[in-house]
Design a protein around this ligand. Sequence first.
Ligand code: CAA
Length: 263
Amino acid sequence: SARRSYEYIDVSEPRPGVGQITLNRPKALNALCTPLIAELNTALRSFQASPTVAAIVLTGSERAFAAGADIKEMAPLTFSEAYTTSFIESWSDLTTALKKPLIAAVSGHALGGGCELALMADIIYCTPTANFGQPEIKLGTIPGAGGSQRLTRAVGKSKAMELILTGKSFSGEEAERWGVAARLFPSYDALLEGALKTAETIAGYSKVAVQAAKEVVNKSQDLPLRDGVEYERRVFHSLFGSQDQKIGMKAFAEKKKAEWSNQ
Ligand code: CAA
């Protein structure tokens, strides 16, 4: 297929089953201008549709994952422009259009919209140099890409309130300790390697089971416990209708490696 060319991102398939998107707007520390988000959405949709990609890694540079929404673009916006263009709404494509797992590999600044973008990923990995935060209060505004909701679910109300009201950032070590990040890696190279390895592991499982697993974990963020447990059970029951459940359990009994049909 024709390789698209992008201005603000790099796209590759570095491992079997794994897609990688690297934010590449170094002069602005990967500030997330509207055209960058449009390219990101195009790349994600193309990975979603791709038969060769089963899991995706999203990263930036060693210095910056992303330093936020583009302040220069936002500075002159009026209320009516923001409202009628649904400014920032397209960022949510990442959470609605993408059914395949996404790992954010965060080194350096992940501020404002950069922090929010990472929080939209299914898994966050980071380095000790990662610098997370919601500094919007310093600009006379508030998080606008879900930060007040997702960060609060991730760290609890008191910590989220402190972070969002003071604009203070938190380190990669804190992110890992608080459970915002699943794992900490000593360097950018180790981070990327770790993220690709995990993506490759996920890509080795049944596509049907992986999509279902992501779907039910995400439901936990939206539903009360009783409804979430019931939702999970419905999806679990439905997987008895998949070939891969039969393949996986038969392979276990025969002490063989499962060869998934993705059916
Ligand atoms: N938007 C636009 N440009 C940005 C930017 C942003 N969010 N962050 C950095 N840049 C630009 C700088 O303007 C600078 O460009 P010039 O060379 O043309 O001046 C370039 O990137 C390099 O930045 P610095 O010189 O500032 O680099 P530094 O190492 O001294 O500082 C930093 C790094 C602490 C991240 C600092 O750049 C900074 O504070 N950036 C803004 C962070 C921020 O407030 N983000 C939240 C944005 S609001 C938001 O995201 C809303 C939302 O919820 C959706």
